[in-house]
Each structure stands twice: as C-alpha cells, then as structure tokens.
Design a protein around this ligand. Sequence first.
Ligand code: ATP
Length: 237
Amino acid sequence: MSLLVVNDIHTYYGKIHALKGISLEVNEGEVVTLIGGNGAGKSTTLNTICSITPAAEGQVILNGQDITAMPPHEIVKAGVVQSPEGRKVFTRLTVRENLEMGAFVRNDSRGIQDDLEDVFERFPRLKEREHQLAGTMSGGEQQMLAIGRALMARPRILLLDEPSMGLAPLLVKQIFDVVRYLNETNGTTILLVEQNALMALEVAHRGYVLQSGRISHEGAAAALKNDTAIIEAYLGG
Ligand code: ATP
C-alpha cells in the first residue's frame, strides 16, 4: 500500500484554478520528486497535501486514512511534515529553539531529546551554532536548520519545497547529499519539489512533471532523465 496517495485534487486561489486534477503516490521508503517550471503548481500541491491551501475536490490519503479535511497541525501529528520554500526559520529564535519548535506536536520529551542529538550529529554546524539567532545564519545554514526542524516532528513523510533554492553550487550538493542520506540511512520517505530537475532526478526513485496544474509525465527517475521532451523543457536542452 502507498504511504501517501493524492487522488485527483483540484485547488483554487479565488478564481484561479491552480491544480486541475493532480494524482500521485509515494511509497514507503521512496524519494519522489515533483518537477516543473515556474507557476506549474508544485508548491500548491505540497500546501494542499498539508491543508494549508485546502483542496476543493479530491482526496489526500495517508496510510489508508483520509486526511483531506484535517487541519494542518493534525496533519503534522499524523506524520506529514513540510520544510517550506524560502526556509522560513524563526529568525529571532536560536538554532536550538527552532529545532525544539519543530517538535511542537510531540510530548515524548525523551524521544525529542534523542532526535535533537541526532539532528546535531547529522548537522554539526547546527550544533556549533546552537545558541546563535537563526536570522544571523547563512542561507545554506538556514536551509539545514529548516530540514532539521522538520525532522524534529518525526515525519513519516517529509515534504521538501525547493531546498536548493538560492544556494551556491557547493551547498546545493550538500543539500542533495542530505536528502539521499535521510532516505538511505534513516529510511525517511521524501516528496521533493525542485526547480533543479537534474539534481532532483538523480536523488529520486520516481518523478512527476507538472505543467499548468496538471501532471504531464510520470515515471522512474532514470526514464524521465532520458526523455527528450523533458530534457528539452527542464534539463537545459
Ligand atoms: P514556483 O516554482 O515558481 O514556486 P510552483 O510550481 O511552485 O512555482 P505554485 O506556487 O504552486 O507554482 O503556483 C501555481 C499557480 O497558482 C501559479 O499560477 C501562481 O501564480 C498561483 N498562485 C500561487 N499562490 C497563489 C496565491 N497565494 N494567490 C493567488 N495565486 C496563487
């Protein structure tokens, strides 16, 4: 059974019909990527899954349970956790406080402490900067912090919205290394939205291509990488 099933969702912003029937599935242990140009509906898909921008039609099913109408905090509790686009860390809180905020839906203080240690081990830079205000961290560090904060909710599925956006090439590589590590070592299931289609298809098992609110292509990442139409449209010729 798929961990996450998105079934024919339609989402509107006022009169703008942003998602016109999106269906996708993510299996336990997979990295699945959503790629597509500006305004294709990638962020809206993630926000609809999280109920931040509710679906007008269609269903979101987690492990067989319909979560479409649940409020966002209940969805986090159910295990769907997003690291949003543009990082959005709490700039006036310290690194440690940001990570603690990530665990806001939990009350197992022992488990929270263990996970905090794990995040610090995985991201030594965050440990070094534990008491620094998040707003004074570099772009790459804030991105690591946003991912670490999402992990503190113990996601069953982690939704990453453009984690490489605005970062220098070396940091982009580090972010993709983290994505791979989380999946391969921690077994985290990941739905990854990226503009950087080539890198995303390298780390993902499968992918979906979005175009104007619809899925235009889907398949194994390796097949998408070799599809001429996709190469021309998204992989720089
Ligand atoms: P990008 O990579 O540029 O972020 P995207 O694929 O994530 O693009 P979305 O942000 O999901 O695309 O946007 C899908 C469509 O919905 C676009 O036409 C966009 O203009 C519109 N849209 C997104 N957010 C809003 C909003 N808050 N109000 C009105 N329209 C919106």
